[in-house]
Design a protein around this ligand. Structure first.
Ligand code: PEP
Length: 253
């Protein structure tokens, strides 16, 4: 059975001390309150990773992710962070292809394919983001656009490797806008993604892959989103910055 995952993307928020306080609150609440089988992942800024890893290391439910990684293993790439560096500070996962990286840093599907490989070859679990703009949805091309992102960045992977990827469907028009996809819109896309994976890898493998929803998810709408058959959890932005809201979302199954 596929894993349920709730990941919190802090983006470029929280000073180190604020981040350490938030991480401690989340770990304590998860330990005290989260009885369901849900993996919680904190996706912190790079500079927080090494100290947050000490806070999460005692927990069997809370894991740590970076928000990006270079496609180069090492070298003269000023300002970039390598997969070895991320692993060396205790992260187990990495977000790849967030729409903000695609938009502001022109990250492409082929560049992301290389990052997915590097992450997997070095034992980091990719949280691979995909999602369409409002314009593409209004044209009716949203499913084709998203499945193309998956095809170009993930479909070179072996059966074994694809099951190590967590996919996060994040419609761009819902990220940070307060507008959430309806349960029907979310389920339609998640089902289409799973069918697309099944066509390539077979239904058994497609059923093992966790597909998260992201986009203005909050405690009030998480229960109905997570109740959809193909929604296996969430990638949470704004609401992950408040420990109570974030843990309540993780408890929404
Ligand atoms: C995100 O950026 O991954 C996200 C889902 O943000 P928000 O929850 O704030 O819409």
């Amino acid at each position: 059975m596929r894993k349920r995952v709730v990941a919190g993307n802090w983006k470029m928020n929280k000073t180190l001390n604020e981040g350490l306080a938030l991480a401690s609150e989340v770990v304590n609440m998860v330990n005290d309150e989260l009885t369901d089988d849900v993996s919680v992942i904190l996706c912190t800024p790079f500079v927080h990773l090494s100290q947050v890893s000490r806070i999460v290391e005692g927990s069997d439910k809370v894991f740590l992710a970076a928000q990006n990684v270079s496609e180069h293993p090492s070298g003269a790439y000023t300002g970039d962070i390598s997969v070895d560096m991320i692993k060396s500070v205790g992260a187990t996962h990495v977000i790849l292809g967030h729409s903000e990286r695609r938009e502001y840093h022109n990250e492409t599907n082929s560049q992301l394919a290389a990052r997915v490989d590097l992450a997997l070859n070095n034992g980091l679990g990719p949280i691979f983001c995909c999602g369409e703009s409002l314009e593409i949805r209004e044209e009716g091309n949203h499913v084709r656009f998203v499945t193309n992102q998956l095809e170009e960045s993930l479909f070179h992977l072996s059966e074994d490797d694809i099951t190590k990827v967590v996919i996060a469907y994040e419609p761009i028009w819902a990220i940070g806008t307060g507008v959430t996809a309806s349960t029907e819109q979310a389920q339609e896309m998640h089902k289409a993604i799973r069918e697309f994976l099944a066509n390539k890898y077979g239904a058994d493998i497609a059923n093992e892959i966790s597909i998260l929803y992201g986009g203005s998810c909050k405690p009030s709408n998480a229960p109905e989103l997570f109740a959809q058959a193909d929604v296996d959890g969430g990638l949470i932005g704004g609401a992950s910055l408040k420990s109570r809201d974030f843990v309540d979302i993780a408890k929404s199954y």
